[in-house]
Each structure stands twice: as structure tokens, then as C-alpha cells.
Write a protein that binds this ligand. Structure first.
Ligand code: ATP
Length: 313
């Protein structure tokens, strides 16, 4: 344990992965982004970020995906720490340790989760005292998916995904996540989506009524049937084997399946914990997916695990 953590001057915050239960992609905007109508859903697969004073700025990543994560200035956690340092009267270099459980470049917004966790952790470490609204603004500056990692739960996202409205969704859902080797870079998937839709009129995106009523009813069967993702065809075009993986999970009895965000993770919805256990065993035994995980949603947004002054959003 470092001197800083031993003296209690370290803060640890957890942040959840997300799925998109629906991702409707509008036309490409002049600034290169796309307007979205999406329904974010946080699931119980977490990264844990610890910040503590250090002699130099440093990002250390641990866990099974550590070697896939950049540790320099482009790490979203490092960028988040600098954003908070700009607001602090007294800050200083920090070591940021990310215990990474969320697959990298898997369409589950792990980098955004780390950014959101670091915003809150540094705010506490340096006793900046930002309001929730101020943290949300910094989160939106950091990236489109970062505000949702702060919020958690289930929420409709519009704009680039950063404008959120919480959804009252009473159910709990059991997911099986089929991970793939190698990530899919989000910009490439959007570019492929634009290529596949070239020449077609693309309507402005709107959330679907079927999905909303499934969520209001807390009905996993209706939810399974209502999952949609406009980036799915693009992900299949770039990684054709994903189509087969989706079919295998559905054949094994999933209520529905969807490419998560820009992929390549595929999320399967099951009826209950037993169904999730059965499906994860069947998928792992079939060899169709190199790695299979289970997660329950909705999960809370960022929350403090350890801090000299405990605080949650
Ligand atoms: P997106 O949020 O763009 O949909 P994703 O969920 O598919 O992305 P992430 O794991 O968030 O994937 O990472 C996308 C890329 O961001 C990685 O390939 C990596 O180069 C970079 N990155 C920057 N900071 C981090 C971080 N803290 N954790 C993971 N990746 C990071």
C-alpha cells in the first residue's frame, strides 16, 4: 500500500458498463457526429478507479484487459483528472489506478466509465465540491457516454447521447454478454453505417414506443423483442462472425440479443438468473464466444467505494 493510501488520502469510485437497449442513428451532421435516440442501461460490470496524490501524473491499469488500455494523456481518466484539477484551488499530480473489468473497445463504454469515476474521485480528493450539475457538464465535455456513466440506471439519451432523461423502469434484467477478441473502433463502425446507408433517406432518430412500453411493464419478453441497434448491420459488415454468434445465442433460448453500442460485444437477455446461467454455460461450451460474462441491470451510476469523506451522486 502506498504512503498516500495508508494515510487515507486515496479515493476509490466504481462506475458501471452500459448497454444500449436501442440505438437509433440519425443522419451524419456537418460536424461529423450523428444525432442519436438511444436507451442506455447500466449493468453490473464495473471498473474501479482509485486516485491518490503522487510525485508525477500516472495511470496504472490492472485486470484482464490492462494491456489494451492507453496509459498516457489520451486515457479518459487522465483527461478527467485534468478537468477537475483546473477547477481546484489545491490539486497536484495524482496516480490513477484503474481496476478494469469492462472489456476495452467492446461497445460498453468502459473508457467513459473510467472518466466519470475519475471526475467524482478527483472532486473528492481535492475537495473541490462541484455540484452534480457541474460534474454533468464536465462529463459531457469529456465524451458522449460519460454523463450516463455518472447517472446509471436506464435513461433515454439524445443529441450525441449526452442529453439524458431517466426512464422509470421497474424491472431487473439478467444479461449474458458474449465478448469477442479484438475491439471495434467506434468511428469505424459509424463510417461503415454511413457507407451502408449511402443514398438512403435517414429519418431523425426517435425512441421506439415498443421499447418504452416493455420497460414500463418490466416485461423481459417484450423487452427482448424490442431491442434494436442501427449500428448492428455495420458491426456485422466489419465482423461477419458476429451474426452467427447472435444466432447461436438466440437458438440457445435468449429472449433477445443485440450488438452492444458499436460492438463487438453481444448482449443476450434472459428470463431470469437461471436462464442466464444456462445460456452462459451453453455459449461457453459451444466455443462460439471466447469469453462470456453475466450482468444484471439496471445498475447504479458512479459511486464511492472508499473516501476520507464519503459521497455518492
Ligand atoms: P465507445 O465509448 O466509444 O463506444 P467502447 O465502449 O467501444 O467505446 P472503450 O473501452 O470505452 O470502448 O474504449 C475505446 C477506446 O478508448 C480504447 O480502444 C482506448 O484506446 C481508448 N481509451 C481511452 N481511455 C480509456 C480507458 N480508461 N479505458 C479503456 N479505453 C480507453
Amino acid at each position: 500500500m502506498s504512503a498516500a493510501s495508508a494515510s487515507g488520502r486515496s479515493v476509490t469510485v466504481r462506475a458501471p458498463a452500459k448497454l444500449n437497449l436501442e440505438l437509433t442513428v440519425g443522419p451524419r451532421r456537418p460536424d461529423g457526429y450523428h444525432d442519436l435516440a438511444t436507451v442506455f442501461h447500466a449493468v453490473g460490470l464495473h471498473d474501479e478507479v482509485t486516485v491518490e496524490p503522487a510525485d508525477d501524473w500516472e495511470v496504472v491499469v490492472t485486470g484482464p484487459y490492462a494491456e489494451l488500455v492507453p496509459c498516457g494523456a489520451d486515457n479518459l481518466a487522465m483527461r478527467a483528472a485534468h478537468l477537475i484539477a483546473e477547477q481546484a484551488t489545491s490539486s497536484g499530480p495524482a496516480r490513477i489506478t484503474i481496476d478494469k473489468e469492462i472489456p476495452v473497445a467492446g461497445g460498453m463504454a468502459g473508457g467513459s466509465a473510467d472518466g466519470a469515476a475519475t471526475l467524482l474521485a478527483c472532486d473528492l480528493l481535492w475537495e473541490v465540491g462541484l455540484s452534480r450539475g457541474e460534474l454533468e457538464e464536465l462529463a459531457a465535455d469529456l465524451g458522449s457516454d460519460v454523463p450516463f456513466a455518472l447517472a446509471g440506471g436506464t435513461a433515454i439519451g439524445s443529441g450525441r447521447g449526452e442529453q439524458l432523461v431517466p426512464v422509470l423502469a421497474p424491472g431487473r434484467y439478467e444479461w449474458v454478454l458474449a465478448l469477442s477478441e479484438g475491439g471495434l473502433p467506434t468511428p469505424e463502425v459509424y463510417a461503415e453505417c454511413d457507407r451502408l446507408r449511402a443514398g438512403r433517406r435517414v429519418p431523425d432518430p426517435e425512441p421506439s414506443e415498443d421499447l418504452m412500453s416493455a420497460l414500463r411493464a418490466g416485461d423481459p419478453r417484450a423487452l427482448g423483442a424490442a431491442l434494436t441497434n442501427d449500428l448492428q448491420d455495420a458491426a456485422f459488415s466489419l465482423r461477419p462472425e458476429l451474426r452467427g454468434l447472435l444466432e447461436v445465442g438466440l437458438d440457445f433460448g435468449a429472449l433477445g440479443g443485440i450488438v452492444s453500442g458499436s460492438g463487438p460485444t453481444i448482449a443476450f437477455l434472459t428470463a431470469d438468473v437461471e436462464g442466464a446461467l444456462d445460456l452462459s454455460v451453453a455459449l461457453a461450451a459451444s466455443g462460439a464466444a471466447p469469453e462470456v460474462k453475466r450482468a444484471t441491470g439496471p445498475a447504479h451510476g458512479v459511486h464511492v467505494v472508499r473516501s476520507p469523506s464519503l459521497r455518492s451522486l
